[in-house]
Design a binder for this molecule. Structure first.
Ligand code: FRU
Length: 477
């Protein structure tokens, strides 16, 4: 099959009328139809935020990757644009894989991975990944320039370029696999077309993964953040529970110098579904991160509805006093709020209270006084499938989902101080929940699949009592 932008649009048009929208997001970005994975090319250009994404317009399964495209004034209300890139070859004949965007004068430049097999596509020895360039003046139609950086000798997996400007040069990090070792390579260019090898920026030591996907490298406070998505880290206790992780290492770096690590690898989000995050800078200097709100090889029940995959809320990142990357919903999210609906609850005593709101799109605010609570478990539930609660014995905040009909059961959790107060902001959409803990301390994001008539919210406290300082919700427009 040969691929083209026109073919992609036709396929999407044909699919549009057969979508079931029961789980389609109300305020997150998802593809018009078909498959979506990683966010790509997040950028502010010509008065718009642009979000591109890994996209298969022909099916709800992953397949030959295209770049879907949408733009927004506020990172929340997205306008779909025509598919930006199709695997038209030769450098990207088997897929336009992940990459980034930069503004070069009056031009928007996309730098992405061309994925191609030389011969039999079932044999990884035939796989080559090269970095490609496409440019646009109007931010909608792209001119393809083909390969600008070939696969380094001996490598096959070499993908997901993230480009930035620093001083008088362009820099690019690319994720790669060398045998059983994941690493990130660095390149430098004067013109986005000719790239000089600047060595390996960082690489996995034992047990830190065989492949590092989707690297990003940016400054936060007085640190450099190397954010990436390693494959092949084994789960340990409560950590690294997902098939693949996403997280960061902090350190120091200057052009021409080696990267000096100052931390271990730290996971960014502790829910079931957050992968391949990428960052962008807003015109007013905020660093925003958006991830794919799904996980490889995890069931996606919406595939039966004609679409698959969604992106996370935009999250502003900052550095805490103890050198952790904190994520908070970008402040634009507050503009979605309707009228505040307080829940008049001060103490729950071995009981469950069902709340009036059951809008699909809600921000819920909960503040618990854990030090003044004796209950063994207390928190909030949505229908029968989702509970977000403090487990006082485990001393953890737990997100437990239970959708056995879709093979999606299990819990994720983060530690909590059960002698302090605990603030939770929970963002519910038709098939997702994102929980922000104590103003940036932790975040848990998961897909959820409630039946339409089973979305009742309830507060509960079992085996004792729980003290509520504040509780309520905003419907999100
Ligand atoms: C990450 C990833 C990238 C790759 C893309 C392919 O989820 O595997 O490494 O470029 O997805 O769709």
């Amino acid at each position: 099959m040969t691929y083209s932008l026109a073919g992609a649009e036709q396929a999407l048009l044909a699919k549009r009328d057969n979508l079931n929208l029961r789980w389609y997001p109300r305020y997150h970005l998802a593809a018009r139809a078909g498959w979506m994975n990683d966010p790509n090319g997040l950028v502010w250009f010509d008065g718009w935020y642009h979000a591109f994404y890994q996209h298969h317009p022909y099916s709800t399964q992953w397949g030959p990757m295209h770049w879907g495209h949408a733009r927004s004034k506020d990172l929340l209300h997205w306008e779909h644009l025509p598919v930006a890139l199709a695997p038209e070859g030769p450098a990207d004949k088997d897929g336009c894989f992940s990459g980034s965007a930069v503004v070069d004068g009056d031009t928007l430049a996309l730098i992405y991975t061309g994925h191609k097999f030389h011969g039999d596509a079932t044999d990884e020895a035939n796989l080559y990944q090269v970095q490609c360039l496409a440019t646009s003046r109007d931010g909608i139609h792209f001119e393809r320039h083909g390969m600008v950086l070939d696969t380094p000798p001996g490598l096959h997996h070499f993908r997901d370029p993230k480009v930035w400007r620093e001083g008088d040069a362009w820099y690019m990090v690319v994720g790669a696999r060398d045998g059983e070792t994941g690493h990130v390579r660095l390149y430098r260019s004067d013109d986005l077309r000719e790239w000089q090898d600047a060595g390996v920026l960082d690489e996995a030591e034992k047990a830190l993964g065989f492949m590092w996907e989707c690297p990003d490298f940016f400054t936060l406070g007085d640190k450099r953040v190397l954010m990436f998505s390693p494959q092949g880290i084994a789960a340990q206790g409560y950590s690294n529970r997902n098939l693949f992780q996403s997280g960061y290492i902090l350190g120091q770096w200057q052009p021409g110098q080696p990267f000096v690590r100052e931390t271990e690898f730290i996971e960014l989000d502790h829910g079931h579904d957050f992968y391949a995050p990428q960052s962008l800078l807003t015109p007013d200097g905020r660093r925003i991160v958006i991830g794919w709100l799904d996980m490889w090889e995890s069931p996606l029940p919406e595939q039966q509805d004609g679409w698959a995959g969604m992106l996370s809320l935009p999250r502003e990142v900052s550095l805490s006093a103890d050198n952790r990357v904190q994520m908070r919903p970008a402040r634009e999210v507050e503009t979605l709020r309707g009228v505040w609906m307080p829940w008049p609850v001060t103490r729950l005593e071995n009981q469950q209270i069902t709340l009036p709101e059951n809008d699909d799109a809600l921000e819920v605010l909960l503040r618990w006084e854990c030090g003044n609570s004796s209950a063994e478990q207390y928190g909030v539930s949505l229908g029968e499938g989702l509970r977000v609660y403090v487990d006082a014995q485990m001393q953890r905040l737990v997100l437990a989902r239970h959708y056995p009909q879709y093979g999606l059961c299990g819990m994720r959790s983060v530690p909590v101080d059960i002698n302090a107060s605990l603030e939770l902001r929970l963002f519910f959409d038709s098939s997702s929940v994102e929980v922000f803990v104590n103003d940036g301390e932790a975040c848990l994001s998961s897909r959820i699949y409630p039946d339409a008539d089973k979305r009742a919210l309830a507060l509960f406290a079992w085996s004792g009592s729980a003290c509520v300082i504040e509780a309520g919700a905003w419907p999100l427009a």
